[in-house]
Design a binder for this molecule. Structure first.
Ligand SMILES: Nc1ncnc2c1ncn2[C@@H]1O[C@H](COP(=O)(O)OP(=O)(O)OP(=O)(O)O)[C@@H](O)[C@H]1O
Ligand SMILES: [Mg+2]
Length: 264
């Protein structure tokens, strides 16, 4: 049987819709995620694609407790064989980390890189203080940044370098699962490829699993082992990456693929 790191069952997420001057009388609920099932295997990169507004970020954020779950289960299975119910257990789970699209707003502009990286280690008592400097060098090496960048502030880095710092910070707590929401969408194409290859390398060397959210099909095809396709709050199709790209079954997936010239 497949060794899973995450099992989402029948997940439903509603947002309340408040009426305003433009939408008078349309108060009610938006169903952003509608009875979704999703399983992520250990050491797997699971791509999540779908058009804007289909619920990808809402689903990803629900795993770290940032979306209001109305119904369903999110089960995290640790490598030690423990199962944690993430909908009800609100303790800060260091084994799950998130990388966001915009490293400009996700990194504190007033902190040097060394503080950004040591903070999660120190606050969560992961290492003794005397062992932190060595760990910082290890993290910088992991993401391909020279040690002197530890003394820089985020605004003194390029977009790609900032995203490397965000990845190093996510790795600081030795996570088992990373939720990456459009982590390369704000970067130049050449830098995108470097960051994707870095994530692949980190997965291989550290055995971390990932939910990789993107609207860029070429990027998802490059990095993912499995892919799920989301449309209007539903996952309409899931499969191994090559099979799904070569032989999509669902009409919506076929339409998505057709929108990209090389997939026609
Ligand atoms: N905090 C919120 N309050 C109310 N509605 C929200 C909120 N966040 C998202 N939504 C709505 O939920 C639906 C799903 O949004 P979500 O951001 O999850 O989509 P997405 O697939 O990530 O889109 P994109 O590709 O543009 O990032 C949309 O209709 C959106 O307007
Ligand atoms: Mg999104």
């Amino acid at each position: 049987m497949k060794d899973n790191v995450l099992m989402i069952k029948d997940l439903t997420i509603h947002y309340s819709k408040k009426s305003n001057a433009f939408s008078k009388g349309s108060e009610g609920k938006i169903c952003a995620v509608n009875h979704v099932n999703l399983t992520i295997g250990r050491n797997e990169i699971h791509g999540l694609v779908g058009e804007s507004g289909s619920g990808k970020s809402t689903l990803g954020r629900s795993i770290i407790g940032l979306s209001p779950v109305s119904f369903g289960e999110i089960l995290f299975c640790t490598k030690y064989g423990k199962t944690i119910d993430l909908v009800h257990d609100k303790t800060n789970n260091l084994a799950i980390q998130m990388i966001f699209q915009d490293s400009n707003s996700s990194l504190n502009p007033n902190m040097k890189v060394k503080t950004i990286l040591s903070e999660p280690i120190v606050i969560n008592h992961i290492l003794h203080k005397r062992d932190v400097p060595e760990r910082l060098l290890e993290l910088m090496d992991m993401v391909g940044l020279a040690p002197e960048y530890l003394e820089r502030y985020p605004h003194q880095l390029s977009g790609g370098q900032r995203q490397r710092v965000a990845i190093a910070r996510a790795m600081a707590t030795n996570p088992e699962l990373i939720i990456a929401d459009e982590p390369t969408s704000a970067l130049d194409v050449s830098v995108q490829a470097q960051i994707l290859n870095l994530l692949l390398d980190i997965k291989k060397k550290n055995g971390v699993s990932m939910l990789f959210i993107s609207h860029n099909l070429a990027v998802v095809r490059h990095i993912s082992d499995y892919v799920s396709v989301m449309s209007k709050g539903d996952i309409v199709e899931t499969g191994e990456t090559l099979g799904l790209f070569n032989n999509p079954q669902h009409e919506y997936t076929k339409r998505l693929w057709r929108a990209i010239p090389q997939f026609q």
